[in-house]
Design a protein around this ligand. Structure first.
Ligand code: NAD
Length: 488
């Protein structure tokens, strides 16, 4: 709840026009450490006035930034990447404390990837080109790709700095100025990013970070006529709300939304690699990765063996204090999310699901006694069309199923309204080709999971979103295409 009773705890500010400023109305939100259940900082509960100031700063910075030589833009983005890596320990500790993810995950996945996002788009902008077409003796056409102006980047809590920078870096690389909003649940590393950008020499106003609630600060960005494009990652519900407002204003939108990803395992797969990877793809970051496989389908001859081994491996996972390098899972992100995941587990049982392991909250000792920890949970015996197998849970919960034929596996995999990613385990080449072409998903992994090459297109189909991020796709999204033809 907004509150203006500020005590001694860490107070975050908005980053507008290169300076850290308090919210104009003086209202703040509490920020919780999920591993202790305690408030440890407060963030601005910004409103439309703060967003207005950020957009004005971005607009003023745009002419100079959009005309800045690519080499200079490259150098600044590289310097931001270097600054992130110099602050690796500090950022990883902040990310872990803010989100409940293990320090190991933050140190080895989230923060290095945030640095890589800047490094990758720093070099990409130096090579970004466009097409030309020649009609001999008649005409010459060429395509300009010009930056849009002010764009909004709105990010979720599950991979806070990783996903925030995945949007900001290409937007800046393409010559835009950004108003960004991190999740109100995980604001800390975005605040540190502001410091790093200033140190790296990013001119004032090129990146502005406004904290606050989605329906207030986020909505003010979405509906502002000067914001020309919105890159949003979050829930399908909020994505639909954003599209409802932005579509009639004809804004460009890239919407990266929820998922209910299937994992198809055939008996001919490389068993040990599949088992180890499936444990990770189910429970990494407490199952709070949009790419986690939450519905596991196993070919019947392998089913009992997999079930026994999978349960044993999952039971051996250590749910613990996120700052302990030996913890495999930390806390889920918030009390609200904890309650939601626990309600989903209850619903699964009401729907006839059988708990194979987990299914309960965990109370850890000491300072973590009031933290939001859930035992990794495996559920068996549920049909495709129950709510548990149709709705996104986004927690440490997976369902297990056996299948007999390839056709049945494809029907099950495609049988939800989502279509973000899918994982296939088989060594049969012809089958791989058949299934990968039949799967309704934007991203398909075969015999691996979450292996990301930043040049590849990233995004979902159906209710998992529209548009693609990554590589040239996102640089095209963040630019307007203009064709010029002149007669010869
Ligand atoms: P969320 O939709 O609640 O919030 C995401 C962001 O949008 C936050 O910054 C929030 O403040 C803001 N927001 C919320 N309502 C808004 C509105 N009306 N206008 C403008 N901004 C608004 O999502 P979340 O709970 O933070 O994140 C979890 C969801 O994100 C899951 O559904 C997950 O699948 C999805 N996700 C998708 C991907 C992907 O790449 N497809 C990646 C990560 C997470």
């Amino acid at each position: 709840m907004p509150s203006n009773q500020l005590k001694t705890m860490q107070l975050l500010h908005n980053y507008i026009n290169g300076a850290f400023v308090p919210p104009q109305a003086g209202q703040y939100l509490d920020n919780y450490n999920p591993a202790t259940g305690q408030v440890f900082s407060q963030l601005p509960a910004s409103d439309a006035d703060d967003v207005e100031a950020a957009i004005a700063a971005a607009e003023a910075a745009f002419p100079a930034w959009s005309m800045t030589a690519p080499e200079t833009r490259h150098d600044i983005l590289r310097a931001i990447a270097d600054g992130i890596l110099r602050n690796l320990d500090r950022l990883a500790a902040a990310e872990s404390m803010d989100s409940g993810k293990t320090i190991t995950t933050a140190r080895t996945i989230d923060i290095p990837r945030a640095a890589l996002n800047f490094k990758f788009f720093a070099t990409a902008l130096m090579h970004f080109g466009s097409e030309s077409y020649y009609l001999p003796g008649e005409a010459m056409s060429y395509t300009l790709r010009q930056p849009l102006g002010v764009v909004a980047c709105i990010a979720p809590w599950n991979l806070p700095l990783y996903l925030f920078t995945w949007k900001i870096a290409p937007a800046l690389a393409a010559g835009n100025c950004v108003v960004g909003k991190p999740s109100e649940v995980t604001p800390l590393t975005a605040a540190i990013l502001g410091e790093i950008c200033t140190e790296a020499g990013l001119p004032a106003g090129v990146l502005n970070i406004v904290h606050g609630l989605g329906p207030v600060a986020g909505a003010a960005m979405v509906k502002h006529p000067k914001v020309k494009a919105i890159s949003f990652t979050g829930s399908t519900r909020a994505g639909a709300e954003i599209a409802r407002i932005a579509a009639p204003m004809f804004k460009k939108m890239s919407l990266e939304l929820g998922g209910k990803n299937p994992n198809l395992i055939f008996a001919d797969c490389d068993y040990d690699k599949m088992l180890e990877t499936t444990v990770r793809s189910s429970f990494n970051n407490q199952g709070q990765i949009c790419l986690c496989g939450s519905r596991i389908y196993v070919e019947r001859p392998l089913y009992e063996r997999f079930k026994t081994d999978f349960i044993a491996r999952v039971k051996a996972l250590k749910v613990g204090n996120p700052s302990d390098p030996n913890s495999n899972l930390g806390a889920v992100v918030s009390k609200m999310h904890f309650d939601k995941v626990m309600a989903c587990i209850e619903l699964a049982q009401e729907e006839g699901g059988v708990l194979l392991c987990g299914g309960h909250a965990l109370q850890l000792p000491g300072e973590n006694a009031a933290g939001w920890f859930i035992a990794p949970t495996i559920i068996e015996g549920l049909p495709l069309h129950c709510r548990t197998n149709q709705e996104e849970i986004f927690g440490p919960v997976v369902t297990l199923h056996a299948f007999d034929t390839e056709e049945e596996a494809i029907l099950q995999a495609n049988g939800t309204n989502y279509g973000l990613s899918a994982t296939l385990w088989t060594n049969d080449l012809a089958r791989t080709q058949r299934i990968t072409s039949a799967l309704q998903a934007g991203i398909v992994w075969v015999n691996t999971w979450m292996l990301r090459d930043l040049r590849t297109p990233f995004g979902g189909v159906k209710n998992s979103g529209v548009g693609r991020e990554g590589g040239w796709e996102v640089l095209r999204f963040f630019t307007e295409t203009k064709n010029v033809t002149f007669g010869l």
